[in-house]
Design a protein around this ligand. Structure first.
Ligand code: KIV
Ligand code: ZN
Length: 415
């Protein structure tokens, strides 16, 4: 069977307008751009290529591979990813560009080898950014947005336009700039919460406002791009999806500028697990999530906290005795998703001082030991002593306790 294209709209560079709404939210992964530009997250070319290949296995729709005008290294990485990963059935490959001719040309030469190549142009629309950062008036911003989108479209790229700091922009002006970008050929309009200031109600209302006030919007895709400064990036992205955004910009493990971006794994699993509530879905191969998270963590050197949702080491581990007992009887008692669905293997029980006898028996059995009730009681006493000293016990510790049993405790039992 020929796989369906995961990326654009099928033809070269997906220049056709947005498909009818089927409830699918496209996943735009910016781990290699917004993620990689965060302090301490730099990756080598080989690492970026490895991550890009893995993102393709994860079936993201678009990979933002870098910011080609920023450095020769970035240009090369985007170019190589476009060549190696951007096949007809692969993801769209995107590069970031400021709204100026040089950035757009440089971006185009980098993404051009991809079957579906996208140029992502950004320009700030908040009064604060226009006055203090850009030194531009409102009419200059509208003109620059229109000119840069026209230039990129003329090159033959798909074009996404981002109104940087959209969440703090005057909504009427935001609609005006987005309308201009749309009229000049942009097919995706992004409304970033650049500084992570918005709340879910506000951000959802902003997306609804764009839908209601940008003329011709039904022929484009609205995109959400949220930062996590208040810990709301995923909640805001979900609110945007409910309000009609059909693209979400995310990073693996939520890495990114300052507090990071919306975590891809959390956004995707919220839609997956609460499908009935949202009535939306993605094309993501969820069983690749844990592996992708580990790879990004290894390449960036940024550890994933153990309690991180979906991909943290403890995300599917049940340490408390009552929880372990419940899960062993029926997983649904304390699990809303299965570890297998996100690519974790094994039963994931972490043993600690709160673990009960039932969990200890399950763990020893999974390690191949058969114990009588009496042996289990004896082992349980020593297990509790060890767990008092050591917070969490892994399989090696259990083997160690069993070895002690074989070397003496059994004699003790039999005496
Ligand atoms: O946060 C932001 O506004 C961005 C833009 C470049 C889209 O990353
Ligand atoms: Zn960003």
């Amino acid at each position: 069977m020929t796989p369906a294209p995961v990326g654009g709209q099928g033809e070269k560079n997906g220049q056709s307008r947005a498909a009818a709404d089927d409830g699918r939210v496209r996943i735009f992964d910016t781990t290699l751009r917004d993620g990689e530009q965060a302090p301490g997250c730099t990756m080598s070319l080989d690492e970026k290529l490895a991550v890009a290949h893995q993102l393709a296995r994860l079936r993201v729709d678009i990979i933002e591979a870098g910011f080609p005008a920023a450095s020769d290294g970035d240009w090369t990485a985007v170019h190589e990813i476009a060549r190696e990963v951007g096949g007809v059935y692969g993801p769209d490959i995107c590069g970031l560009a400021r709204a100026n001719e040089r950035d757009i040309e440089r971006c185009w030469t980098a993404v051009e080898p991809a079957a579906n190549a996208r140029i992502h142009i950004f320009l700030a629309t908040s009064d604060l950014h226009m006055k203090h950062k850009l030194g531009m008036t409102r009419s200059q911003v509208v003109a620059a947005a229109a000119a840069s989108v026209s230039q990129a479209c003329a090159l033959g790229a798909q074009v996404e336009f981002s109104a940087e700091d959209a969440a703090r922009s005057d909504p009427a002006f935001l609609y005006e700039v987005l309308t201009a970008a749309l009229q000049c050929g942009a097919t995706t309009l992004n409304v970033p919460d650049t500084v992570g200031y918005s709340t879910p109600d506000e951000y959802g209302a902003l997306v609804a406002g764009v839908r209601a006030n940008v003329s011709g919007i039904e022929s484009a895709t609205i995109s959400a791009h949220c930062h996590d400064d208040l810990g709301l990036a995923v909640a805001n992205s979900l609110a945007a999806a409910r309000a009609g955004a059909r693209q979400a910009e995310c990073t693996i493990n939520g890495i990114g500028e300052r507090a990071g971006n919306a975590a891809l794994e959390e956004f995707v699993m919220a839609l997956h697990t609460r499908g009935q509530f949202f009535g939306l879905h993605t094309n993501i191969e969820t069983r690749e999530l844990a592996r992708t998270s580990r790879l990004v963590s290894e390449c960036t050197g940024i550890d994933v906290p153990p309690n991180k949702a979906i991909v943290g080491a403890n995300a599917f581990a049940h340490e408390a005795g009552i929880h372990q007992d419940g899960v062993l009887k029926n997983r649904l008692t304390y699990e809303i998703m299965s570890a297998d669905t996100v690519g974790w293997n094994g039963i994931g029980l972490v043993l600690g001082k709160h673990s009960g006898r039932h969990a200890l028996r399950a763990k020893t059995e999974s390690l191949g030991y058969e114990l009588t009730d009496e042996e289990l009681s004896h082992l349980f006493t020593r297990f509790k002593e060890l767990a008092d000293r050591k917070k969490l016990l892994d399989e090696g510790d259990i083997h160690g306790l069993m070895l002690q049993r074989d070397n003496g405790a059994v004699r003790e039992l039999n005496s």
